[in-house]
Design a protein around this ligand. Sequence first.
Ligand SMILES: [Zn+2]
Length: 436
Amino acid sequence: MKKLLKGGHVVDPRSGIDGPCDVLIEDGRIARIGRDIPVDGATIVEIPSGLVVCPGFIDMHVHLREPGQEHKETVATGTAAAAAGGFTAVACMPNTTPVNDNANVTTLILAKAAEANLARVYPIGAVSKGSKGELLADISELRQAGCVAISDDGHPVATALLMRRALEYAGMFDMPLIEHCEDPTLKGDGVAHEGFQASLLGLRGIPGAAEALGVERGVLLAELTGSHLHIAHMSARASIRAVRKGKEAGVRVTCEVAPHHFTLTDVALGSPIAYDTNTKMNPPLREAADRDAMIAGLVDGTVDAIATDHAPHHYDEKQVEFDRAPFGIVGLETAIPLTLDRLLHSGLLRLPRIVELLSTNPARILKVPGGALAEGDPADITILAPDLKVRVDARSFRSRSKNTPFDGWELRGGVAATIVGGRTVFTNADAGLQTI
Ligand SMILES: [Zn+2]
């Protein structure tokens, strides 16, 4: 089976390609990249001008909710959402029920992913048993079962000592520890960013310092252990400052930002609909100076990855008072339009940097295949339609949950097709691409 993607604009930062190129796919792998590749019996797929062929995007922070919370999402619906959102792979957090703290759960997730056969799934194992922050999980067992990183996401690692041990243990396998940074004593029972908007709405606040304290602790422990720490979903300007300082000092620290944190501020909590629970997430939407600091980090290279923190919740769970609603929004099917609209078309980032944030760097951080269009690699490819007009329609999401603050938004830029291992798992009829 040979397929020739002909006439596309290829962007691959790792090989330095940013221009017209053909891509030949053979037996699920990239056989050749170059100008005017001879057809030689391959099925030709003409890429209309304006579309961009990239290495497959990897969302390194999603919650697939299976096992245990299948009313919110399953591995099948989550990977369908990933494919429709332009992601060829996702890494899923361990806060399922039961928690992914042993090989049985990891194996179950991988079996479900193989059955769904859409986007690739890389499980993340728990740092501690049950993510309870008491005993370390068997990280070597998790590694052998297929976990690519460890995290107690949803919460920070409970104590500095446990985190130190986890970093040392994960370091033996050169796996990153992904930290949900938060000082629980400072966060308290806060539900929104501490500031003008929270005061106006009468909501209990969470200061940016609650997150930055966690980042500072993590950077210090990464320095102490020499292990790789990855900071999840950064939102506060003091967090970026701490990461920048750590990087300058040579600490092995990387970090990610979610599209909602470079798009929205806490003003969204009051308008257009006040107390919309789809604006409630943890870390919370912060003030403009924090949002701008995230953008500055994306521009200057401090931020390594864009990750969605895709957090599906059932309609009923979000249809309650703001105080009582669970934190989180879905992100897989809005991430690319938001990124292209807010970062590319605003002139802040160029396409190679965007591909680096969504593909090259996540693959490097998790040490998984992909992240480049290299000959011999699995043909995981995302085709973008940067000028496509997209209207977000939550009802049409593949995800089982629809909890998004972006419903009805009109954005410029979308996904044309998603190819995993040479097989097309999603084609967008609006993007002018023939069925591939
Ligand atoms: Zn988290």
